[in-house]
Design a protein around this ligand. Sequence first.
Ligand code: DGJ
Length: 733
Amino acid sequence: MDKLIEYDAQNQIFHLHNHDVSYLLSVEEGNVLAHLYFGAAVRHYHGQLRYPRADRGFSGNLPGSLDRTYSLDTLPREISCAGELDYHEPAVIVRQANGSNSLALRYQDYQIIDGKPQLPGLPAAFVEDDTEAQTLIIKMQDQLTGVAAELWYTVYRDQPIITRTCRLINQGSAKVNLEKLASMQLDFTGHANLESITLPGAYADERQMERRPLQHGVTEFRSRRGTSSHQMNPFIALVEPTTNEQRGDAYGMMLVYSGNHQISVEKDQNDQVRLLMGINDANFNWQLLPGQSFQAPEVVMTYSDEGLNGMSQNLHHLIQERIIRSKFKHQERPIVVNNWEATYFDFDESKLQPIVDEAQAMGIEMFVLDDGWFGHRDDDNSSLGDWQVYQKKFPHGLAHFADYVHAKGLKFGIWFEPEMISFDSQLYRAHPDWLMRVPDRQPSPSRNQYVLDLTRKDVRDNLVTQISAILQNNQIDYVKWDMNRSLSDIYSLELPADRQGEVYHRYVLGLYDLMERITQAFPDILFEGCSGGGGRFDAGIAYYMPQIWPSDNTDAIARLKIQYGTSLIYPISMTTAHVSVIPNQQTGRQTPFATRGAVAMSGVFGYELDLTKLTDDEKQQVKRQVAKYKAIRPLVQYGHFYRLKSPFEGNQAAWMFIDDKRSEAIVMTFNVLTNAANRLTRTVLVGLDPQKDYEELMTHQVYGGDELMKLGFYDPLVHQDFTAKLYHFKVRQ
Ligand code: DGJ
């Protein structure tokens, strides 16, 4: 097997490489582990980019050394610790018995193994066999305390991907407290003008792309909400100022984690940049007794010189092929109708049946029963935790309704919000100690609900029992797993006072355990993650659930930005999108049916409206949309996705989907507002075969692939707001 990791013992240099990327690190004087390079692949490394030695004022030197030219304050490194003479943000903080947090992790040894070990209890990218990747494990230790660290680097053979994580092990004889552990540190030198691209947002306004030059000082992108959050996705891209969608250097880093995260970027006095990514250290404090260890979640890194689209396609491929595990990962996803925006809580079996009938007539493939089918839930003030069927709404039982849906040839899906509890619930009355609350304090409600203490096994066991019973007894084909608040009142009655700093992370570990148990027990159910829309749209959830609801905002124009931003990292097969009514229930906007269809057809497609209330003309349009989507579904869900025009930069958006063979492409263009004095604009395609001719199937016009990629075509001049156009190209044989 060709080596993916080389070790030059004489110069103590490690080179991880494949066809696309190289990552280089070295052991320097004093056994300090230095970073040399991450970027485009090189065949062989000849020793350059070792950090030049220089005596710089106020950047002191290694303890015991007389060499004034060697400083941890300037050397790019792979891991840094509090208490060292390095004035940047550290990757590791370990508090010791004497009160000190000073640590000096130094290189000890290494190991190279075939394949990629999984992380206990945590989601991570995987391999299907050991020839796909190699892993370098670097062992570091602090002489004084015995605290050790393992830095794990995996390089994939056929993907431009390197994954990193870190494990901290207390090999000393005294208890220590871990106060911070970044999953990775990446130092950049000679990139003074780097810019960051992140995905901040809000509820119903998720993953809004934001690009800015790095400034001196520390910039932090983070979540402290207990979830990966609507407010900041656990991702960062670093790019050069000239990088655009199609060209230029793009480094993309995502954290495979669904809880509090922290991405800090520090540009220092020498214009060097340190990137740290990992669990947020706010209210984090993990006790490590002698012999115990702590595993940080994984970071997936990629590099592309083909701009942001190159970076995104690398991440899409990795997530699609080596993070998502579900048996549905390559299957065409059903077209759904979901009753949430159609009925909210106001439904019963007899009201839903006509929607199912209409769905069948229109070719829709699955009915999803959303919130309100359990306990005595008529609004969002009760019943969370009571996963028993609401008799009033389903007098003949849920299986009766599931049978009805199945008899119509549709699949049947159902909504849960497993992590929550209402005060007005049997579960609360039986177990008032099962929610997270600080002793003697009133917990804070949000949507009038509270968070179950998932750090507790008895709580998780109860949920597995209740949810399994519903799934077993009602022929469920699909589950939407929702989560409708941020965490607060962080406290677990099961943990002692000095270990409450573990609760945030233990909640996430508990959640992963719960998801693992339920998804593994029901492998034939298609699971969809959700958190009030896109509050937990991350690669951690993707490990358990192959698709996620990106936003509660179903407005097509708002979705242009949400879906564009989401596509920076996550594959289309993960991103669900539904047509809803006008005026839109979140924005009041009136968008043409065709535009709503085109935006929703750019993801995993469905409807979220009362089909019985549509006009005849709209019903015909639904039928046509459903038929069209079925024809293009494999291409949309599993083709290569390219962003062409950013809605963050102007009045238009455009994107395209193309198959592996470059023989078929769908192009969607969108014009937001019209203008009396319309200027001509063009859409220029990418990724086609320049040597081939393509026919547009609507107009039968034939174009050369080279023409479409150089000249492009004019966008239509429209005198209407919120328009969309769908082009379907096929290679002419
Ligand atoms: C939030 C979800 O994002 C919605 O789609 C819907 O399921 C509601 N929760 C139900 O409470």
